[in-house]
Design a protein around this ligand. Sequence first.
Ligand code: ADP
Ligand code: MG
Length: 676
Amino acid sequence: LQVSVWTAGWRWKGTGTRSTHRKEEGTAVAQAVGARLKELKEKEEESVLLEALVPTARLPVSPPRSPAPRLPVALRICTLVCRSWGDRPQLCQVTCGVGRAEAPVRHGAMLPQSLDSSLQQWGVVASEQRQALATRLREAAEATMAALLAAEAELTPQQRGGARAHTDLLGVDFLLACVDDTLELVALSTNSQHCLETCLLVESMGRDIGEPHGDLPRLLAEVMLHRAQCHLVEGKDIVLIGAGGVSKSFVWEAARGYGLKIHLVESDPDHFAAGLVETFLPYDSREHRRDEEHAQRVTELLHSRGVRPHACLSYWDDCVVLAALVCQRLGLPGNPPAAVRVAKQKSRTHQHLQGCQHGHPPPSAFAVPCRRLRSHGDVEQAAGAVPFPAVAKLEFGAGGVGVKLVESRSQCHAHAARLWRDLRDDADHPGIGLGWGNAMLLMEYVPGTEHDVDLVVFRGRLMGAWVSDNGPTRLPAFLETAACLPSCLPPDRQAQLVRAALQCCLACGLQDGVFNVELKLGPAGPRLLEINPRMGGFYLRDWIREVYGPDLLLAAVLVALGVPPILPSRPSPRTHLAGVMCLGSEHGGALGVRDGEGGGGGGMAALVRLHERGLVRLNRLFEETAGAGEYEEPYLSVGCQGATRAEACVRLLGLCQALGIDSPRYPVEYFLSHFK
Ligand SMILES: Nc1ncnc2c1ncn2[C@@H]1O[C@H](COP(=O)(O)OP(=O)(O)O)[C@@H](O)[C@H]1O
Ligand SMILES: [Mg+2]
């Protein structure tokens, strides 16, 4: 019913003249606007605001204990929101100011108090009602910042005030209004300092009475340190060894976003990333038994092209040893090549760990009996040391190709014979380590549930760890079917996995980097399957960013630069993801890969549309079907999210049924049934 007229602009900081009028008083309003307009400075981008005045709610006050008259009071709610991990707005602090209803309640004019006390004082007796209001406030404050960040993203650096100008902290003030007998939150304005000051005052007042620190100092420190680290990596020259396939397409855009100068060493001279990097250095390193020689060549190549890198790293399994060798030659931070070699070769990892007998428990506790198989002659001896059922697989394998459950010596011979016939060198199946030869190993079958632990380690210190769960694999090959993040495991069991993964890495001599450790968790605790001495593959980087916020790629770059990455000290999941893998052989028809995108069943086109609307998470692993028959790899990961794991699984199952991903031969419901 009332309107207010005031001047806005940075010069005023909310202190400009303000007048209030009844809505009907058109002439008075016009006069006030005219008067304010004359005060404006043209160059300062100032304006006159004509706003509806939202009346504060007059709440039913609780029966007065004293007969003294009650004054009508107004409540101003002050919130502070930060740009948290993954550019997501997160509410840091809420506090209230209570004042006389007839004048606006200003920041800094009174000592702040909590929302809960204020509402109680106002007569909101039911605690559920207060809780519901607090939840709505969180949503509203975070949505306000999201809207502002979205608008800011559209601006040019010049409009924003500079290439590095970002809003990382935002104060949002709210008023409680009463609409049709219900309390409504109304956002009044945003600010950059008032709410921060008030919220910091609340923190220090808590200290006065011995309250523990709230989340505010930690969240603010993380925001600022993360921003500082983004500035640190900007413009750095990074040598990347191995571009990887479509599954790593995110790298090029992310690198551009961080302002990295990528100098890419890649075996495929026609790689699609050639035009997306600062320097493209085609160099054929596919024969990895000659990595020492390659390392020398690569350093010469870098030298001749005038590249003087600040860091060198690889996220591509085949290239991790070469990257370590190049780091060593250039004197850059990295792991000792010997450590990476131990981790890269599966039987050596386990045999090395068997010998690590110190510690409580010693790393040997996580190792599993296994033997190398270089020829059929080795099978007999291996079978004497490894009980059946066992797993026969490639020493340097990746992507689960060639892994098989064998029940007897003869099955082991048969599998080895087929594998040695079909998979001889890299050209037979690129990207699964055949550049190191096709030696195999026989390993004891480990029972239990399967998990990935993605670790960030800096100079031997654990900086961050994330545990995800895998559903049942498809036997007798071990194709991954389903996964979820966060893990279903209780914290103590996750902690066992993280500690085991870290101990295994350290015992192998891996001290610096982002590692992906695969383990199984059985009744007797965690057992190691393998260490991937690189960033987790498939959907892992995407999912961890979505659920927890931090970026494994940035962490890997920071560690490679010799900088300890700042990560959430108290990671908390924002959502739940569940996903399934799709196979060309099973789903090519339904999803229309065989006929190209959008052809065939048209499922793929539908998925892409849903992905663009943020309703599913697609992670392409290959352009199309990868490998054939028993050597097939999944080509696509389809994920759904939900507020709970159950919700994510229900959505995913529905989607899989609708698109024909689910079938009697590919029972998605069964795959997801492990995530309880
Ligand atoms: N010893 C084992 N016991 C049980 N399952 C195993 C064993 N080794 C491998 N697997 C299964 O096979 C999958 C692939 O094996 P892994 O060694 O991780 O090869 P890759 O490097 O190809 O991923 C694992 O994720 C797991 O499901
Ligand atoms: Mg694996």
